[in-house]
Structure formats: structure tokens, C-alpha cells
Design a protein around this ligand. Sequence first.
Ligand code: TRP
Length: 334
Amino acid sequence: MYKDKKVVFSGVQPSGMLTIGNYLGAIQNFPTFSEQYRCYYCVVDLHAITVRQNPAELRRRTYETLALYMACGLDPEKNVLFAQSHVSAHAELGWILDCYTMFGELSRMTQFKDKSAKNADNINAGLFTYPALMAADILLYQTELVPVGSDQKQHLELARDIATRFNGIYGDTFVVPEGFIPKAAARVMSLADPTKKMSKSDENENAVVRILDPKDVILRKFKRAVTDSGCEVRRGEGKAAIENLMSIYGAFAKKTPEEIEREFDGRGYGDFKAAVGEACADALAPVQAEFNRLMADKAYLEEVMAKGAAEAAHDTLRTMSKVRRKIGFTEIKR
Ligand code: TRP
């Protein structure tokens, strides 16, 4: 624990640009955490290399992800923002936890099964042990709360199991973390299929709106969004697509479902989808402007990363020395 504050930790992949689902369901709320919690937001470049990366692109995306988080309101003075590869304790504890994670457990991870199906020519050991590294990320900081998407629930459960197992063998070492999964209302669904969550890795680019999409792209994607039968902007049976658009509109324009139904009473889907696009583009404009400003200032981003890494590294020392001692590693006396 840090100065008696409980800890929030979240990791984000530097791959694929974040969507309005990530924004509305998660990132938008992150700045409020920092009043109550000690917050770590980590760009997980070690996890990224479990699938083959283009080096220049990985580097650029790491900067971009950091800049995007900051543009969404995460103040580097109030949060620890850093890159995973800058803090060697992640890899170190990752290895240790590999030895407390069972082959059978890792084999059951649905993300591993999905990713190995997609990358059949590169099913490497890192892809398999990915969840143990994620557990290390979390457990290193004695994290209480982990904001994650519902797709990461299984990994979080495993992190809890690993922590509990380790504590069972050696006595209390790690805090057993809780997930913080956005409630259904905050879930944004695909624009092509309202039964599926909007996913940043969707192959159909028209199904996802990204935080950094230019206005004309945003308008076009909403215009093409699937709708339901009928023509009324209302909630109800068989209205999943319209309900999804209503909740996106409501979140960006700060309107209730009742207000939206009244506003579009007697107007068609076309009008409505144009309004959703406008509201989304307007709300994202300041985020995009700030992102561009930050990306033009690499020196500042590097300064933020360096400071974040130094703080994070310092905060890992206690957990790491506890872990080493409990396992039975010898100590170097300095
Ligand atoms: N696996 C997460 C994802 O793909 C990213 C991640 C890595 C993470 N380490 C983490 C999330 C620790 C939360 C906590 O989204």
C-alpha cells in the first residue's frame, strides 16, 4: 500500500487504437480514481510481443497509447503512467509466477485458444504464459482493484488464484485483487452486430469507432451502423441496435433515454444516426486535439515515461524482496 491509499492497476496493449467502447466504459472514469487510489496505468509492451510486432510501429504505438491516456484526462502528476518494459520487476515476477501457474490452467484460457487459432504459425511460449505475466503486473503493486473489460475476467480470476496459491504456500504475500468491470449500461456494442461487444481488434473496421477517428470517418461509420426493423428511435424488444446507438448518444450528449426518445419522436433512423455521429465527434474533438499536441512533444512524453518508470520501479521493491525471501533466494548484502 502506498501512503495508505489502495491501489488501482490497469494495463493496456500498445496495439490497435482504442475505441469509444474503451473510452465510455473505462478510460473516461479513470481520472476520478486518482483521488481515492494510487493508480498505475501501464502500456504492456512485453505482452504485445506475444504476437509478432513491427519494431517501429510498436515504438510509435507505445507513445500513442500513453499520449491517448493523457489526452483522456490522466494527469501524470496524479497517476503513475509507464511502459512495462521499463520496469524489470514485471518480467522478473512474471517468471517466478510462471512456476506457480499450472499448464492446465493456462490451457483453459480462452484468449490463448483464440490467439493461437489466429496465429497458428507463432504459438510461442509467451503467448501461453501471458496470464502469469499479467498476474505479475497486478500483484507487484499489491493491487486491490483492476479495471478491465469483460474479456479479461478469466485472466483476472487466474491472477486471484495465483495470488491465493502463493499466499497459501508462503503466508500472506500478495493482496488478492478484485476486478472492476464496467456495468452493462456502459458497454458499447459493435456497430455491425449489437450482440457483440465493440472490440478494438474487430476485422470489420466499420463495426468500431476509434477515439482518434477523424470526424468524417465517425459520421460515416454511424451512418452505416446496422439498425433494427421498424423506424422508431425507441427502446424495446428487437431494438438492440437502436438501444446501442441510444446509449452511445446518451453518453456523449449527456441525455437520458427518455429525452432521446422525445427528441427523435417522429423522425427516422437517418436523422438519429447523424446526430449520434455529431455528438460523438464533438465530444472527442478536444481529446484528439490534446493527443496531437502531446504527440508533437516527444521529449515531454519521454519525461513522463521516465518519471513513471522510476516511481513504479521504486514501488515494486518491497514486494520483490518479500517474494525473494519467502521463496528462499539468497540475498546480496550491500
Ligand atoms: N491483458 C490485458 C488486455 O489485453 C492487458 C493487461 C496486461 C492488463 N496486464 C494487465 C490489464 C494488468 C489489467 C491489469 O486488455
